[in-house]
Structures are given as C-alpha cells and as structure tokens.
Write a protein that binds this ligand. Structure first.
Ligand code: HEC
Ligand code: HEC
Ligand code: HEC
Ligand code: HEC
Ligand code: HEC
Length: 176
C-alpha cells in the first residue's frame, strides 16, 4: 500500500519532468566533455603510486553486502604499510592520527548520483561484469581523481540500451 502511494507520487513528478529531463539528456556531453576538475582530498593519496605496488582495486574497495557501495578502505589497511613507510611524512602522521582516533579520513566524493537513483556496484561489477574503468576511467594512471565519466541519466540509459539491459523508469527510480 505504502509502495503504491509512493509510486504514484513519483510518477506525477516524473511525467511532469520528462520534457526537462529529455532536453537535458539531448545536450548531455560525451565523456571527453566532462571538465577535468581534480577533487582536492584531505590527504594527497595517489592511485598511480599505490596500484604500481601491485594492489588491486578490490583490496581497498571491497563492495561489501548488500553491494550498493564500493566503499573506502579502513585506515588500518593503510597503516599496515605506513606504520613504517614514510612514517615521518606530515601526511602520514595525519593519517596515523585519524586511525588512532578511530576516525575515518573525510574523503571527498568524486562520483555521486542523487538519492532518488538506485545504483548497485555488485549488480554491475559482479553480475554484469562491467570493469571499474568503464565508469571511472583509467584510475591506475591518475595521481588525483576527477569525474572523467558522466553519471547522467542519458549515460546510464545509453549503456543499458547497448547491452540490451532494461530501461524502465522503475529500474533506476523505484525498484519494487
Ligand atoms: C602496500 C603498502 C601500502 C599501502 C597498503 C598503502 N600505502 Fe601509501 N604509500 C606506499 C608507498 C610505497 C608509498 C610511496 C612512498 C615514497 O614515496 O617513497 C606511499 C605513499 C603514500 C602517500 C604520500 C606520502 C608522502 O608524504 O609522500 C600517502 C599520502 C599515502 N601513501 C596514503 C595512503 C593511504 C591513505 C592508504 C590507504 C588507503 C595507503 N597509503 C595505503 C605504500 C602503501
Ligand atoms: C590502497 C587502497 C586503494 C586501492 C588499491 C584503490 N583505491 Fe580507489 N580510492 C582509495 C582512496 C583512499 C580513495 C579516496 C581518495 C581519492 O578519491 O583519491 C579512493 C577513491 C576512489 C574513487 C573515487 C570515489 C568517489 O569518491 O567517488 C574511485 C572511482 C576509485 N577509488 C576507483 C579505484 C579503482 C578503479 C581502483 C583499481 C584500479 C582503485 N580505486 C584502487 C583507495 C584505493
Ligand atoms: C556501471 C558503472 C560503474 C562501475 C562498473 C563501477 N562504478 Fe563505482 N560508481 C559508479 C557510480 C554511478 C557511483 C556513484 C554512486 C552513488 O552515488 O551512490 C560510483 C561510486 C564509487 C565510489 C564512491 C563510494 C561508493 O561506494 O559509492 C567508489 C570508491 C567506486 N565507485 C569505486 C569503484 C570500483 C573500485 C569499481 C570496480 C570494482 C567500480 N566503482 C565500478 C559507477 C560505477
Ligand atoms: C557500462 C554500461 C553500464 C552503465 C554505464 C550503467 N549500467 Fe546499469 N546495468 C548494466 C548492465 C549490463 C546491467 C545488467 C542487466 C541485466 O540484468 O542483464 C545493468 C543493470 C542495472 C540495474 C539492475 C540491477 C539489478 O540488480 O537488477 C540498475 C538498477 C542499473 N543498472 C542502474 C544504473 C544506473 C543508475 C546507471 C548510471 C548511474 C547505470 N546503471 C549505468 C550496464 C550499465
Ligand atoms: C538506467 C537508469 C535510469 C533509468 C532507466 C531512468 N533514469 Fe531517470 N535518472 C537516472 C539518473 C542517474 C538520474 C540523475 C542524473 C543526474 O544526476 O544528472 C536521473 C534523473 C531523473 C530525473 C531528474 C531530472 C534530471 O534529469 O536530473 C527525472 C525526472 C527522471 N530521472 C525521470 C525518469 C523517467 C520518467 C524515466 C523513464 C522514462 C527514467 N528517469 C529512467 C537514471 C535513470
């Protein structure tokens, strides 16, 4: 019952916004047009440096149950190396303070979809076998990350169409 009411309310809003959503989709930039603005992080963490050490994406982004989030690594994971490596660097000393204080490093988000969008990492990475790089670009070559692939509705739907995956409104907005 609650679900039904919620769905109807959503449809009214959605249908009213279709012309606007479509006009935005039509001018949606291709991947290359996304402005390369590096996100300034609390610590100068480099994917390039760390992946060159042989670490795998999922050593740090474990996609734990229920699988929506890729997640961030625990500070203890970083300190397994950094209690000795570069221990006298001020950045590593800050990292050590976060860990000993039981605090997560306040990483700034690079990729984000609004709360009314349903997205699952497990569905894409495990079930549909889509590579991280397809949606996040060549992370292993980056010192600093920026949003280099779009997360617009048009970009989701375009890939779904290419893979013959469903594109019903409910799939991404109000899954039963
Ligand atoms: C497998 C070991 C290992 C792990 C795990 C690891 N690092 Fe590193 N990290 C290194 C090495 C090696 C360097 C390069 C040191 C150098 O420049 O000599 C480095 C460099 C750094 C630097 C630059 C330090 C400076 O002042 O030059 C930062 C910041 C850093 N790591 C943060 C992290 C964070 C945050 C994590 C956890 C998400 C992490 N590291 C996990 C090995 C590791
Ligand atoms: C040693 C741990 C470590 C490894 C290995 C690692 N990452 Fe990360 N990742 C981090 C940390 C720490 C951040 C937050 C800082 C940043 O954005 O650079 C992050 C951020 C990200 C983000 C941005 C998340 C957001 O805020 O939207 C993406 C995307 C990402 N990583 C993808 C990857 C991919 C793809 C790989 C493998 C090629 C990988 N990572 C390997 C630690 C790691
Ligand atoms: C089909 C596209 C797609 C694939 C494949 C994908 N991601 Fe993401 N990723 C996204 C989107 C969209 C977001 C924003 C999600 C949100 O806001 O809820 C995101 C967010 C993230 C974040 C930020 C924190 C979080 O958990 O939401 C990290 C870290 C990340 N991705 C890492 C990875 C890694 C590592 C892989 C491969 C193992 C991967 N992603 C595969 C699209 C993708
Ligand atoms: C690189 C291609 C690609 C991109 C980009 C992509 N998807 Fe998907 N998505 C897929 C494929 C393939 C499936 C699997 C369809 C199937 O079940 O066969 C899927 C499945 C899904 C499902 C159903 C998951 C389930 O477990 O039932 C949802 C919801 C979804 N995607 C949302 C999104 C959203 C939201 C975005 C954009 C932020 C997005 N997708 C971007 C390829 C993509
Ligand atoms: C494959 C996933 C997917 C499907 C299918 C989908 N959407 Fe979306 N939708 C999104 C994403 C992602 C956003 C957020 C876009 C952004 O952040 O720019 C969005 C945003 C919206 C918005 C807000 C306006 C905007 O453009 O940001 C409306 C309204 C909307 N969708 C309606 C619909 C309707 C109606 C349908 C069915 C015709 C639909 N969506 C199908 C992923 C999807």
């Amino acid at each position: 019952m609650r679900g039904m009411l919620r769905s109807r309310w959503w449809l009214v809003v959605a249908v009213a916004a279709i012309p606007w959503a479509l006009s935005r989709s039509a001018e949606s930039p291709g991947p290359a047009a996304v402005a390369p603005v590096p996100v300034e992080q609390p610590l100068p963490y480099s994917h390039k440096t760390h992946i060159a050490l042989g670490l795998q994406c999922r050593d740090c982004h474990s996609i734990a149950e229920p699988g929506f989030l890729a997640g961030y690594p625990a500070e203890s994971k970083c300190m397994a190396c950094h209690s000795s490596i570069k221990a006298d660097s001020p950045h590593i000393q800050r990292l050590a303070e976060f860990e000993s204080g039981g605090e997560a490093v306040p990483w700034k988000r690079v990729y984000r979809v609004p709360d009314f969008v349903w997205f699952s990492h497990a569905s894409h990475v495990d079930d549909a076998a889509v590579e991280c790089e397809t949606c996040h670009g060549p992370v292993a070559e980056r010192e600093v990350l920026f949003q280099e692939k779009p997360t617009t509705m048009a970009s989701c739907m375009e890939c779904h169409a290419r893979h013959n995956a469903p594109n019903d409104c409910d799939l991404c907005h109000d899954p039963g």
